[in-house]
Design a protein around this ligand. Structure first.
Ligand code: FAD
Length: 405
């Protein structure tokens, strides 16, 4: 059946673009418009990440992260093959540095099996050295299908697909406000030349990353959970030391902590990165240490959940902040995985800011989270592995939250 609906999507990151493409491919006659405040697609998280296609090792079996990551990997691999985009199964080792970490590998191995991750094997120190000759570790898990890609190239291709299928991607078009009415949603946007414009949609889906709680508030939802931004800095290995890393070398993650810890990743264009660490960002889109948005930072400090989280993790917070400002401290962290690295082998590279949803009670929202408010659907938490999972998140959103009418 042909659809005459007009669906608006806020955000031209990988999630919004994948959804727009999915709707256009699936529903003949539908109109889809993507509204993006920046002058390009993939300007925020999608364009500032590690470029890793996660295989699904860590995620709680049955969670959206676990199921959509596994499905997303297959869809992304096929998509990259179809369009000739980079996709390289360089493989990943999760390295245990002592017997206590080795015991935690058991849990990850069990989860990987339950999640159906193919080919995961346990390595002793010699087998680890065969794969990654310069890595430290008493044991490791090897995931041979963990891959790397270029998520910006993927997002640009998705945007091309949207346009070729008759959809629109409007850049320099920030959503300033929205109003739900009986027959649709009215969306006020700023326009490239400074004027204002009102768009009317039948339904709206907000895939706004670091601003996802703001969009939810505009839709009439409550403030819980709030996005707290965590910046991660990367350092690049100087070219003559890139040979120290063949694929992807990760530490065993701390189960109390939402991020994976500084890892070493080979990128599709040959660079090798160390990072990211995780420090509280004083601006949601602040990529430098000195970036401060007073209003946004005040909002973070005013959120009760932030102080509950800070009390639990203040020691880690201080340590991670030090790693951000000191190359020596950064090298010390990377050296745990790769003992030959020195400060002279590293030079500062990009940073990324993660949108982490945090509950009022201080709990970190672990899984992907989508809420509906009238005619507006809000993606409220889409942290890693959402880039890996984007094509599957798009299927899930389209089928479950924006079903055909
Ligand atoms: C440091 C770091 C490392 C990561 N590593 C990996 C990894 O290796 N593998 C992986 O799978 N995932 C990784 N992730 C996570 C992944 O990048 C994100 O989960 C994913 O990119 C989320 O995509 P998105 O489209 O939801 O958000 P985004 O890419 O942030 O896009 C949201 C878009 O919404 C736009 N927007 C916001 N507000 C408005 C408004 N009012 N009006 C109009 N437009 C608006 C923004 O400008 C932005 O373009 C990492 C993330 C970070 C930060």
């Amino acid at each position: 059946m042909r659809s005459s609906e007009h669906i608006g999507v806020v955000g031209a990151g990988i999630v919004g673009l994948a959804l727009a493409r999915r709707l256009l491919l699936q529903r003949p006659g539908i109109r889809v418009t993507v509204l993006e405040k920046e002058d390009r697609v993939a300007a925020h998280q999608t364009g500032h990440n590690s470029g890793v296609v996660h295989a699904g090792l860590y995620y709680k079996p049955g969670s959206l992260k676990a199921t959509l990551c596994r499905r997303g990997v297959g869809l992304l691999r096929d998509y990259c093959a179809e369009y000739g985009l980079p996709y390289d199964e360089v493989g990943k080792v999760v390295v245990a540095l002592d017997t206590e970490e080795e015991a935690r590998l058991d849990d990850i191995e069990r989860r990987a099996e339950e999640n159906g991750v193919p080919g995961v094997t346990r390595l002793g120190p010699e087998a680890l050295r065969d794969l990654e000759p310069h890595a430290a570790g008493v044991a490791a898990l090897h995931s041979p299908t963990t891959a790397i890609t270029d998520f910006v190239a993927v997002a640009e291709q998705l945007a091309d697909d949207v346009r070729r299928s008759g959809g629109r991607v409007l850049l320099n078009t920030p959503v300033l406000d929205l109003r739900q009415e009986d027959d649709g949603v009215r969306v006020l946007t700023g326009e490239p030349r400074g004027e204002r414009h009102v768009h009317r949609f039948d339904r709206l889906v907000a895939c706004a990353g670091l601003q996802s709680d703001q969009l939810a508030r505009m839709a009439g939802a409550g403030p819980d959970p709030r996005v707290v931004p965590f910046r991660g800095h990367y350092h690049e290995l100087v070219p003559e030391r890139r040979h120290l890393v063949r694929g992807l070398i990760y530490p065993v993650p701390d189960p109390q902590y939402p991020f994976l810890g500084v890892h070493l990743t080979r990128h599709v264009h040959g660079e090798v990165m160390a990072g990211p660490n995780a420090v509280l960002a004083t601006a949601r889109e602040g990529y430098r240490f000195r970036d401060l948005e007073r209003g946004e930072f005040a909002q973070t400090l005013a959120w009760p959940g932030f102080w509950r989280l800070a009390r639990r993790h203040w020691g880690t917070g201080v340590r991670e902040s030090l790693v951000s400002v000191s190359r020596t401290a950064f090298a010390r962290q990377a050296r745990r995985l790769l003992p030959e690295i020195t400060g002279a082998d590293l030079r500062p590279a990009q940073a990324g800011v993660r949108a982490q949803a945090l509950g009022r009670d201080g709990s970190l929202v672990d899984d992907f989270r989508v809420d509906a408010h009238g005619r507006v659907v809000c993606v409220r938490n889409a942290p890693s592995p959402a880039a890996t999972s984007a094509l599957a998140i798009a299927e899930y959103l389209a089928d479950t939250h924006v079903p055909p009418r």
